[in-house]
Ligand binder design. Structure first.
Ligand code: BGC
Length: 459
């Protein structure tokens, strides 16, 4: 009798738990923009006039001596890739146009490159997929980098000349623009720890930062003016790499709030208030001390973001020492991790969204990247689900207007200094086999989510 009663209680508990779960289905708004993201140099192939192409030829710069080469063969397989996106139920495709293809030598624009991107935009339109176009995703023409890049005082104008060309040809077809992808990563890796071209190692990339922000602001104003004349509503922002930071030791702990501000928040805040901060190098008799803070106010960059693009991957542990660039990244202990040894930390995503919400309560967000390197696809489904739960929590509990979510990436691609070995794709790319696409189980999960706007209870 007692056993039967206990069994009954179990049945009832199981029934009510599943009933509660069913009613608690995590549902996203019907107009939510489900998106996948890529970047030109990482997928297109043969980007021969770019600074990355030149960089890849130098010994020791890319893991395993890889070179981007044909990358993910996207130029050969563009139609197929758009078809794949359509089948996945993708609403928005975030990709980048390559400055070095459009302007391979200074002041000369390439009609073929323009025709290629026009074809891509046409295919997307025919398949009801909105483009979100990044103007600069880590890569620039070799002539630009070799002649001083963002140190050049005229760099904002050089960027504007390229933007004018892009606007002239693609402007009417695109409503969402990202000027720069992860500007702090670009500056830090190019001029701080030197793992991106031009490969400089220093504490101070102040001029470069100011010029890049000026370039953004000029592009923002120019493109808005053109869209206004056309009667078109467009949105322009940047995609920022945002991650909660963990300190390693007493000194790092003391500086952590400032480092967090410098790495994560200063650029998006600067696009709101105009205030830019940087590091001032201090030396006594040639011995470096910890740098001090410096700041400037650029009125022209105030209020130049219509959305805050957020790229979230993981939390990061950092360590400070005197070696340029002063801030160093360490592996995060104690979490399950991706192939690149980045810890799985979905709560960190919510933390970032909450902090961003506190600083930009009135500006919509767009999740411009979120993904994992996982060649076996064992962790990816869980990664996607747990991160989307945190995103949903942010949309309902904060609450904050978040317009869309881009999974990084549609397919495996050239992962910068790491070369080809990390696999971020929903689709595996067989590089030795002309870039053949092989579907991964997580692509099927994504399709289910994108089509139902809901998260399944279990994987
Ligand atoms: C970049 C991508 C990169 C991804 C994974 C992001 O920081 O925007 O280009 O592939 O992270 O590392």
């Amino acid at each position: 009798m007692q056993a039967a009663a206990i069994k009954m209680i179990f049945i009832l508990v199981a029934f009510f738990t599943s009933a509660t779960r069913a009613t608690e289905t995590v549902q996203f708004p019907q107009d939510f923009q489900w998106c996948v993201a890529t970047a030109g140099h990482q997928i297109e192939g043969d980007n021969i006039h770019s600074d990355w192409w030149a960089w890849e030829q130098l010994p020791g710069k890319i893991a395993n001596g890889d070179r981007s080469g044909k990358a993910s063969f996207h130029r050969e397989r563009m139609e197929e890739d758009v078809q794949i996106m359509r089948n996945l139920g993708v609403k928005t495709y975030r990709f980048s146009v390559e400055w070095s293809r459009i302007e391979p030598t200074e002041g000369d624009f390439n009609d073929e490159a323009i025709a290629y991107y026009l074809k891509e935009l046409r295919l997307l339109k025919e398949n009801n997929i909105r483009p979100m176009v990044t103007l600069h995703h880590f890569v620039q023409p070799q002539w630009f980098t070799a002649s001083g890049g963002w140190k050049r005082q005229d760099s904002p104008n050089l960027f504007l000349r390229y933007v004018k060309k892009v606007e002239e040809h693609f402007g009417a077809e695109v409503d969402y623009w990202v000027t720069f992808n992860e500007p702090m990563v670009l500056l830090f890796a190019g001029y701080g720890n030197g793992v991106f071209p031009p490969g400089e190692t220093s504490w101070d990339f102040w001029e470069q930062k100011l010029n890049l922000l000026r370039a953004h602001a000029q592009a923002y104003r120019y493109m808005h003016e053109k869209a206004r004349q056309r009667g078109q509503k467009i949105k322009i922002g940047m995609a920022h790499h945002l991650r909660p930071l963990k300190s390693t030791g007493f000194i790092t702990e003391k500086f952590l709030p400032f480092v967090d501000y410098l790495l994560n928040w200063n650029i998006p805040v600067a696009l709101k208030t105009g205030e830019v901060v940087g590091l001032k190098r201090i030396e006594i008799l040639g011995v470096p001390l910890f740098p001090l803070k410096k700041k400037a106010v650029l009125d022209e960059i105030k209020d130049t973001q219509d959305f805050v693009g957020i790229n979230y991957y993981t939390r990061e542990a950092i360590h400070l020492n005197f070696k340029p660039p002063f801030i160093h990244r360490l592996p995060l202990e104690g979490l399950r991790a991706s192939d690149l040894n980045w810890g799985l930390d979905p709560e960190g995503f919510y933390e970032v969204l909450k902090l961003a919400h506190q600083q930009f309560p009135e500006i919509p967000f767009y999740i411009t990247e979120n993904g994992i390197s996982d060649s076996t696809d064992e962790l990816r489904p869980e990664y996607i689900l747990t991160h989307l739960r945190q995103l949903h929590k942010a949309m309902t509990e904060l609450p904050h207007k978040i317009e869309g979510y881009c999974y990084w990436s549609l397919m495996d691609n050239f992962e910068w200094a790491e070369g080809f070995w990390p696999r971020f794709g929903l689709f595996e790319v067989e590089y030795e086999n002309g870039g053949k696409r092989i579907v991964r189980p997580s692509a099927l999960l994504i399709e289910k989510i994108f089509r139902t706007h809901a998260l399944p209870d279990e994987i």
